[in-house]
Structure formats: C-alpha cells, structure tokens
Design a protein around this ligand. Structure first.
Ligand code: ADP
Length: 408
C-alpha cells in the first residue's frame, strides 16, 4: 500500500511516500520510497525544491505565485523524471494531510469529504496561517489525483480532545467557551507519536504509563499523557500559549497586552508580530530564535543569550511541574523535536532542577544519546527518553489504520 503524506507549514512543505504492508506495521518507520522538501519562505516568489527518489536526488528552484503552485510540480516527480518512484498516480492508495486545527469537531483521523472540508474551513479563523494552506493542498491534490483517491486529514488538535473541561476552559466569561475560545492544544500528532514510541522503548503497556512529552522545536509544547490519552497540554486556543519558544512568547501576563494597547497604541497585527515573531529566545537574547545560535553566543560570554536560555529552562521546568501535578506523578519524561533531541545542556539543567521528582540522568548518555533511547541513570525511578520526532510516520500509520478499517 503506497501512502503519500503531505505536511505543510507556513513556509515549508514536506511530502513523503511510503510503501507499507497491508497487515501489521513494523514498529520502526521504513525509509520513504520518495520524499520532497520545499521551502518558499526564503525568497518571495520562489520555491526551493529538494526531491529524493530511489535513484537520484534533485534540487530545483521554481517561480510561484502562491504556495499551492508548488504541489503539482513536486508531486509529479513521484512518477516522472530522475527521482521517479512509481509508474503512475494510480499506484497511490491514499493521501494523508496534516491539518493543524480541527477544533473539537474532529477527535480522530477523518476521511476528507466536502462536509469535512467545510468544517476545516471554519477553523481558518482560528489558525489562518495553517488551515487555509492545508485546504489548498487538499484541493490541489484532488485536481492532481482526481476525486476518487481517498484523502485523509490527521489533526494536530485531535490528540488533545481528551482533555477535561477543567483543563480546557479559560477562566474568562463562560460565553468564551461557548464561542469556541478554549484550550485546543497543538503538536498532537507529535505528542501521540512520542507517547506511543515511549511505551515501546520502555516495554510497557501505554495503559499504565503517566508521561510528560516535551515537543521542543521552533514551536514548543508539553502534553501530560495518562494511560495513552492527553489530559493536559500547554498550548491553548492558539499555538502562542504555554512555553517560551524560538520567537513566540508563550504565556505572559495578559495585563501586558492591555498596557501596550493603552499606553503604546499597539494594534492587533503589531501585537501578533511582537508575540509571534519578536519574542521568545529571539526577543530576550536580541540575537536569534535558534537555540544553536543561543548556545554559541553563551560560549562567547553573551549575557542576554545566557538569560534567554535560563528563562527558557525556568519556564520549561515550571510547566513540566504543572503537567506532573495534573498526572499525579510521572513515569517518564520524553524529549522530542530539534531542541528536545539535540540540546543536551537544556536536558541536563531541566533534569537537575526536577531531581526532587526522582529524575536522575546518566550524564554520559545525555551528552551523546542514540535516538529513541532511555538516558536516565539505572537507579532513576523516573525514566528520561529522547525520541526523534516523526509526525510523517504517525500520519502514514493513521492512514494505514483507516485503510484497514475500510476508510469509513
Ligand atoms: P520545527 O518546529 O521548525 O520543526 P525543529 O524541530 O527542527 O523545528 O527544531 C528547531 C530547533 O532545534 C532550533 O531552535 C534549533 O536551534 C534546535 N536545534 C537543532 N539542533 C540543535 C543542537 N544540536 N543543539 C541545540 N539546539 C538544536
């Protein structure tokens, strides 16, 4: 069964084609037959495309009017040109799309129908940068493959639809909640993958585990996962809530916004830019939202970079503490995504601060972890795992599961 996964962001797109057996899936992701990475965020009107097929890797740059223009030339390289992997589009069984916002309407992976599209469109208001582009990708895929090829939406919010009302309701006027202003949570595909993978690595049944999964990439969020289900998460109504991130502030005193509106006359789009693009590691350090650049600057003695790292670690520990309180204890702490997988100094600081919870790291394993391993000391009652984020594999698995159930 050939499954194509399309995972689009606001300035990049990844597509992956995997050939999977009809029955049970292997525990580890098989290498893709073909994959493509597209970046349209660097030069306006241009897209850089890198395609890897069975026989060749190709790199090209094309002119585009809109991000949707990129899909057709990229997808056609699956069956034509040097990176060709299949004989034709009819060899693909299903397409899985990552969709950022499914609200509470979509509690699980769903086959895309006109009604489903209309529902996804409703959430464009809540996630304008994402849902609109994702809908364009779904529509463009239908143009390329025709209406009979099943398309499936895998939602970043779905994993968190299990959180309680107490975790979901913001303590403003209740009518906010009635109008959809509530905690949704994001990165759900990654948290779901990491928690499932953690149970595999630990050799335990997910139904007995209490996990805190830390997705620390450019965006960052935590999930408290009890017995395989998300019970709390740090992102909220939007992906701006919760942890400090690369360029996003995370949670701040809402009184700051009132002050900025009242005393500096800031408007909504200026606040949006400040909080989403000029805050976080970038805002505090004044250097960059990229953790590697922060670490380099710390090595050179830059004090603001040090402060940015310290604030990041402080807030991460505070939020992990909150998740542990929701769970009523923790069996394992899971680090995933760019910073989670690669930033040993951060993992060391966080685990040291949380030693009172029973966490003890193996310093050697923390410095050079193999991916998907346990880096806690042998005697640590709480395990610490480093897991490579693999949302595309989780989306492919979801498509495979739905195909097995007859794509209802
Ligand atoms: P995205 O959310 O865009 O998918 P990633 O998961 O790739 O982001 O994470 C990007 C972050 O990971 C950046 O802050 C980057 O600096 C950080 N990162 C990548 N490699 C390292 C490393 N070796 N040490 C510290 N941080 C790293």
């Amino acid at each position: 069964m050939n499954i194509l996964v399309i995972n689009g962001g606001s300035s990049t797109l990844k597509a992956t084609l995997r050939s999977l057996p009809d029955g049970d899936l292997p525990p580890d992701a098989p290498s893709p037959l073909w994959d493509a990475q597209v970046d349209w965020g660097r030069n306006p009107g241009k897209a850089q495309i890198r395609v890897r097929g069975p026989a060749a890797v190709t790199e090209t740059e094309i002119d585009i009017q809109s991000p949707a223009d990129v899909l057709k030339p990229v997808i056609e390289t699956i069956w034509s040109g040097q990176s060709k992997a299949l004989d034709g589009p009819n060899q693909i069984a299903v397409i899985g799309h990552r969709v950022v916002h499914g609200g509470i309407a979509f509690q699980e992976t769903t086959r895309i129908t006109p009604d489903v599209r209309a529902e996804i469109r409703k959430y464009c208001e809540f996630a304008p940068e994402h849902n609109r582009l994702e809908l364009e990708a779904i529509e463009e895929s239908e143009q390329i493959f025709g209406p009979d090829l099943p398309q499936v939406a895998v939602f970043d919010t779905a994993f968190h639809t299990s959180i309680s009302q107490a975790a979901a309701v913001y303590p403003g006027p209740y009518e906010w909640f009635e109008k959809g202003i509530r905690r949704y949570g994001f990165h759900g595909i990654s948290h779901q993958y990491a928690s499932r993978r953690a149970a595999l690595i630990l050799g335990r049944d997910p139904a007995v585990l209490r996990l805190v999964t830390c997705h620390l990439g450019n965006g960052a969020s935590l999930a408290a996962v009890r017995y395989g289900k998300s019970v709390d998460t740090t992102m909220g109504f939007t992906p701006l809530d919760g942890l400090m991130m690369g360029t996003r502030s995370g949670s701040i005193d809402p009184g700051i916004l009132i002050y900025l509106v009242r005393h500096q006359g800031l408007r909504a789009d200026e606040l949006d830019r400040l909080l989403n693009r000029e805050s976080g590691l970038k805002g505090v350090s004044g250097i960059s939202g990229d953790m590697r650049e922060i670490l380099d600057a710390i090595d050179k003695g830059d004090e603001r970079a040090r402060l940015a790292f310290d604030v990041y670690a402080h807030r991460l520990c505070r939020e992990i503490g909150g998740m542990v309180a929701t769970l009523g204890g923790m069996d394992a702490l899971v680090f995933t995504a760019g910073i989670g997988e690669n930033c040993a100094p951060l993992r060391a600081v966080v685990c040291e601060k949380l030693a009172f919870l029973g966490i003890q790291l193996d310093a050697g394993k923390n410095e050079h972890p193999a991916m998907d391993t346990d880096i806690a000391a042998a005697e640590s009652p709480v395990r610490v795992l480093v897991i490579r984020a693999d949302e595309d594999w989780e989306i492919a698995r979801e498509c495979h599961r739905l195909c097995g159930e007859g794509l209802t």
